[in-house]
Design a protein around this ligand. Structure first.
Ligand code: PMP
Length: 432
């Protein structure tokens, strides 16, 4: 008898959480690490939200509550969805979760039988892919091309859809590319979905970065388009907008009350409910102008940092970086720079068994951290199936200007350090 159930080995993970252990290992050697790996804003929640959490605790609002989410919060979300997407959503269709993440795996559990197909963008948020084998479904990544500005093209979607397609993940603004879809792009994607999909196919629209857009670009939801509300799950939350990753409040809007009740039952089975004092603070975030002003200020800073970092990365020979319209990441192509450093060749010479566990951008990621004290994420961390020949890294702009500049300097040094890289490879890792 084995200790672990077989299905456990089909579950992937989110490497961003695993980087912490590597960073600690480097820090324990007495080195300082510039952390550009983080997927969380380096700001604090607005004061009015902090005050509300404390107030609610003083009121002893610390007990079990509605597993679907407090009605006060769901009503506030419903008003916000009307204001931002023009949709009238009954609070009965809204379910609150501990963060935006749980509804990703829950959607796969709710809608997918074994051998159903799940389409998702790659590069994309890793949890779309990591659950698929766990629920016995079949992954169908759509590889976004840099030459198309990392947009998901309607023809790519049309080619990926089959009669077995059950779930389609979309993510705008996107992690890790920062891509924001225009209304025309969403219109074209919706036409493909309406023409080719069964009425029971669901679109999971991950809109968690909805408020972090730049240069006057605005977020649009595919759910606002004709025929799409009844097949789209809108997912969003409070982790990014309000710099509140530790609050664990997110939500999804389901196409029907019945579907919302299915998700609520999963909540009951896993979490019972989300802390009510945090839910009241989330409501305050949606309702108070002070909170909105804080968000605007943060977005302005992210835009300025994006420009600063684009300029700094532009000074690294062989790197090309597209200008993102949203989120707070940069996603440079490191192919030429990696070639010059000998990363691609070193990868080719690894034993076959090792090659399946790492990638050229992972080798660079580990080299940059252990030898040059700068933490970034590799391409493989953003949905790995079929990503072997893609050479990118994700750099987070969730750090102060001086830290960003120092990070870019360390990356430049790393790309120029051929001797150090040979040593790293000879020293046998860590490589993943
Ligand atoms: N979706 C995307 C695209 C994300 O980037 C993240 C967080 N990195 C999540 C969902 C999960 O957010 P939360 O912390 O609210 O669970």
């Amino acid at each position: 008898m084995e200790l672990y159930a077989k299905r456990l080995f089909d579950l992937g993970s989110e490497n961003a959480f695993k980087m912490g252990a590597h960073i600690t290992a480097v820090e324990l050697q007495g080195k300082n690490v510039i952390k550009l790996n983080l997927g969380e804003p380096d700001f604090n929640i607005p004061d009015c939200m902090k005050a509300e959490i404390k107030h609610q605790i003083d009121l002893n609002n610390t007990h079990y509550c509605n597993p679907k989410g407090l009605l006060t919060l769901r009503e506030a979300i419903s008003r916000q969805i009307y204001a931002t997407r023009g949709l009238t959503v009954s609070p009965d269709r809204i379910v609150v979760f501990p963060g935006a993440k749980p509804s990703i795996g829950f959607s796969q559990a709710v809608y997918c039988n074994p051998n159903d197909e799940i389409i998702y963008p790659s590069p994309g948020f890793p949890i779309y892919e990591s659950f698929i084998h766990y629920v016995g479904a079949i992954p169908k990544p759509i590889h976004l091309k840099e030459s198309a500005g990392f947009s998901l093209l309607p023809e790519q979607l049309a080619n990926a859809i089959t009669p077995k397609t059950k779930l389609i993940f979309l993510n705008f603004p996107s992690n890790p590319t920062g891509g924001v879809a225009t209304p025309e792009q969403l219109q074209a994607l919706s036409q493909v979905i309406l023409n080719k999909c069964n009425e029971h196919t669901r679109v999971y629209s991950d809109e968690i970065y909805e408020h972090i857009t730049f240069d006057g670009t605005r977020h649009h939801s595919i759910a606002s388009l004709p025929g799409m509300e009844e097949r789209t799950i809108i997912s969003s939350g409070f982790s990014k907008t309000f710099a509140w990753t530790g609050g664990r409040v997110g939500y999804a809007i389901l196409p029907s009350i019945d579907e919302a009740n299915m998700f609520t039952n999963l909540n009951i089975n896993y979490f019972s409910c989300v802390p009510p004092y945090n839910q009241e603070a989330a409501r305050v975030g949606l309702e108070y102008e002070d909170a909105q002003a804080k968000v605007k200020e943060m977005v302005g800073i992210f835009q300025r940092r994006r420009d600063l970092m684009l300029k700094a990365l532009g000074e690294i020979p062989g790197l090309t970086t597209q200008k993102p319209s949203g989120a707070f990441y940069l996603f440079p192509n490191i192919e030429n720079a990696s070639e010059k450093l000998g990363v691609l060749q070193a990868f080719e010479q690894l034993p076959e068994a090792m090659k399946t566990k790492t990638s050229p951008s992972t080798l660079f990621q580990m080299f940059a951290l252990y030898y040059h004290g700068v933490a970034i994420m590799d391409r493989r961390s953003f949905c790995k199936l079929g990503s072997e020949t893609e050479h990118y890294i994700r750099i987070s702009c969730a750090a102060e200007d001086s830290v960003l500049i120092e990070g870019a300097k360390r990356l430049k040094n790393a790309f120029e350090d051929n001797t150090g890289f040979r040593q790293f490879i000879r020293g046998k890792g860590p490589w993943y």
